[in-house]
Design a protein around this ligand. Structure first.
Ligand SMILES: *Cc1c(COP(=O)(O)O)cnc(C)c1O
Length: 426
């Protein structure tokens, strides 16, 4: 079928069985693959033939699921990783080496912030963090001659800001570098960053894509549009021979559509591991088959919950970008017109102590460090994920001590609201 709609792609893309073959994607639970001759296997090691040899690098189950995610995002190639953290690391490390620099939005997932500001800093890669709402001058000033990428989140976790993707893409391209967007919260159902100029997309598939709290995973998708060959000095890893593959140059051998993901697979996966287990890829695909149905319901429920919270006298503030009056409402209407995500944050009167007591009274909403699950879950970052921070640090991180993060699930919205109401009144 030519150009199926995204709902159809969720169900069908990535795997087409032949006559008499399994209807569901087979789980290829095998570490290795058999060849008739050493020379046919040798061709794989020289990247002259495509095929599988070891599941640390590639596995057919993973490739079917990655192909589905590439189809959802409108990309040319994709790879699965063992976690969202691995996806973020590989996406950046694939084009950055010691001595390089990245411009990143300050409103990003805490795990990504630690990865950049602490661990990748130890590898000699430096990061400048800018507010997603910084002035043009501030954004311009963040670039350095050694800048190799710009990084941001479509909807940031947990602060729920919306990235002006077009503006950040233009700034990146003006400096000859790609924009990498973490599209975890929006999912390709609500936003496809490639349509707004992004070049590489990362996902924590652990969130809405799996959607059932069953399998940790990540994914990287390439748009195939960024022309690395225009800047061979900036991207030598893609544009000059890789001696570990007898001098293959990725952009020459695999074209713009395949170079980035091929390099990340045959070089970074080979050396660092952290591929997604085929079993998890299978579970992820079950989630993807209903992604379009679930995301729509998550958003409807979250909007109903946000409207209820806004009207409740115990609540001091509500943050949900699809709610009129939110500072990101206009931008959300542009990039996320059909809905944003199922995560809402809010503050309760009385601050930290009231927040903890309120959460303990919930019956449906479970206290968890997770989001984007079919089951409603809730977190008080100041007493859990961010508990090492003092009041000033919490405010600087956009996570004030009264902030409660609610991931609205797929239960009936009336039941979720009734649960919140009884806990607030108690
Ligand atoms: C959870 C999350 C990650 C990290 O993903 P893991 O699968 O937990 O490693 C990265 N980015 C965002 C936006 C997330 O919510």
């Amino acid at each position: 079928m030519q150009n199926p709609k995204i709902n159809t792609r969720c169900v069908q893309a990535g795997y087409t069985p032949g006559n008499g073959e399994p209807r569901q994607i087979p789980i290829i639970q095998s570490t290795t693959f058999k060849y008739a001759t050493s020379s046919s296997m040798g061709a794989l090691f020289d990247l002259e033939a495509s095929g599988y040899f070891y599941t640390r690098l590639q596995n057919p189950t993973n490739d079917s699921v990655a192909a589905k995610i590439a189809a959802l995002e409108g990309g040319t190639a994709a790879m699965l990783t063992s976690s969202g953290q691995a996806a973020t690391f590989y996406a950046v490390f694939n084009i950055c080496s010691c001595g390089d620099h990245v411009v990143a939005s300050s409103q990003i997932y805490g795990g990504s912030y630690n990865l950049f500001a602490v661990t990748m800093k130890r590898m000699g890669i430096s990061f400048t963090f800018v507010s997603p709402d910084c002035s043009d001058e501030e954004l311009e000033a963040a670039f350095q001659p050694n800048t190799k990428a710009v990084f941001g989140e479509t909807i940031s976790n947990p602060s729920l800001t919306v990235l002006d993707i077009e503006r950040f893409a233009k700034a990146a391209h003006d400096h000859g570098v790609p924009l990498i967007v973490d599209n975890t919260f929006a999912t390709p159902i609500n936003c496809r960053p490639f349509e707004w100029g992004a070049d590489i997309i990362t996902h924590s598939t652990t969130k809405y894509m799996d959607g059932h709290g069953a399998a940790v995973g990540g994914c990287i998708v390439d748009s195939g549009k960024f022309d690395w060959t225009k800047y061979p000095d900036k991207f030598p890893g893609l544009c000059t021979p890789d001696e570990s593959y007898h001098g293959v140059t990725y952009t020459e051998r695999f074209g713009l559509e395949g170079a980035f993901i091929t390099k990340a697979t045959v070089q970074l996966m080979r050396d660092l591991g952290s591929i997604q287990a085929p079993q998890n890829a299978f579970i992820l695909n079950l989630g993807l088959e209903s992604l379009h149905v679930r995301v729509k319901r998550h958003c409807e429920n979250a909007l109903a919950v946000a409207e209820f919270l806004e009207s409740d006298p115990h609540i001091t503030w509500v943050n949900y970008c699809s709610l009129p009056g939110n500072p990101y409402y206009e931008r959300a209407q542009k990039y996320l017109p059909n809905g944003s995500c199922g995560v809402v944050s809010f503050g309760v009167k009385g601050g930290r102590a009231t927040a903890e007591a309120f959460m303990a009274r919930l019956k449906l909403g479970a206290i968890e460090t997770h989001v984007a699950d079919a089951r409603t879950c809730i977190l008080h970052p100041a007493s859990s994920t961010h508990r090492q921070m003092n009041e000033e640090e919490l405010i600087a991180a956009g996570v004030p001590s009264d902030l409660i993060r609610l991931s609205v699930g797929l239960e009936d919205a009336e039941d979720i609201i009734a649960d919140l109401k009884q806990a607030l009144e108690g």
